[in-house]
Design a protein around this ligand. Structure first.
Ligand SMILES: NC(=O)c1ccc[n+]([C@@H]2O[C@H](COP(=O)([O-])OP(=O)(O)OC[C@H]3O[C@@H](n4cnc5c(N)ncnc54)[C@H](OP(=O)(O)O)[C@@H]3O)[C@@H](O)[C@H]2O)c1
Length: 252
């Protein structure tokens, strides 16, 4: 995608990857609009980046999505990029009953959220001369982390939805890109400085460089082998990966 001259709406732009990408686009002179539930994070981010705008939005709430997107279109009619970034990652245990709240929250945030955001903005995006939808999945879309089973499943589902959406929009002005991050050191679980996690600034730099291409999928070089693993022989690597992660889990 073109990295300048855009009006970009980012869900979950008040922290972590969303904020990092928001600030990178802001520095390049784009009009950036961020959203999220925590007003303090949004206020802090726009104060640090004069000209950036923010709207409170809960993507689990279809009414909130409808009213906020209507307002953004009215306030920023040149809006041409939607970055579906917001997400949550609770642990679970698929060997036991998983409570309804965990299931509902993860699926509603990580999968239904981006689908509803796109539905609310798609007619507007198609009316622009050049638009982009970016969906933030995860390397775990390709190699599930077993004790984030519902999370990994929502990311695999979002990858699938992204492919269908790309095909359905092939003859329109809307391109669809996917960002599949590796483990990045954010507060998604807990910022820990774990050496296995990629520092946020390193991730943002490589991601922006790759976004500048027209690649359908953006992922850092370090996870290429995980991206390439799915196939009829995927199970052996998947099992080894999860044995390693069980022995040395993500710090919580
Ligand atoms: N960090 C990683 O290792 C990693 C790896 C692969 C993929 N990802 C993906 O990257 C995305 C960003 O995560 P992050 O690592 O940057 O963690 P983060 O700092 O926790 O960011 C998540 C963002 O989502 C927002 N959010 C969560 N629930 C929301 C809701 N119901 N409505 C609106 N906004 C909501 C949060 O804002 P509020 O709480 O203020 O609403 C927050 O700004 C997620 O989709 C995650 O799955 C991260």
């Amino acid at each position: 995608m073109k990295l300048t001259g855009n009006t970009i709406f980012i869900t979950g732009g008040g922290s972590g990857i969303g904020r990092g990408i928001a600030e990178a686009f802001h520095k390049l002179g784009n009009q950036v609009i961020i959203s999220g539930r925590r007003k303090a994070n949004l206020d802090e981010t726009i104060k640090a980046n004069p000209g950036m705008a923010a709207y409170e939005l809960d993507i689990t709430d279809p009414e909130s999505i409808k009213s906020v997107t209507r307002k953004i279109i009215a306030d920023y009619p040149a809006l041409n990029v939607l970055f579906n970034n917001a997400g949550i990652m609770p642990f679970d245990d698929a060997a036991k009953p998983i409570d309804e709240k965990t299931i509902g929250d993860v699926v509603t945030t990580n999968l239904l959220g981006p689908i509803r955001m796109t539905s609310a903005l798609i007619d507007h995006l198609k009316a622009q001369p050049s638009s982009v939808i970016i969906n933030n999945t995860s390397v775990l879309a390709y190699v599930p982390l077993a004790y984030n089973a519902v999370y990994s499943a929502t990311k695999a589902a979002l990858h699938s939805f992204t492919m269908s959406q790309r095909f359905a929009l092939r003859d329109t002005s809307v391109k669809v890109q996917e960002i599949a991050p590796p483990w990045v050191d954010t507060d998604l679980v807990k910022k820990s400085g774990d050496p296995r996690a990629m520092p946020l600034d390193v991730f943002v730099k490589e991601t922006m460089e790759k976004l500048a291409t027209d690649s359908e999928e953006i992922y850092v070089d370090a996870i290429k082998s995980l991206r390439d693993n799915p196939g009829s022989n995927e199970h052996e690597f998947f099992f080894q990966f999860n044995e390693v992660m069980v022995a040395d889990p993500i710090p919580v």
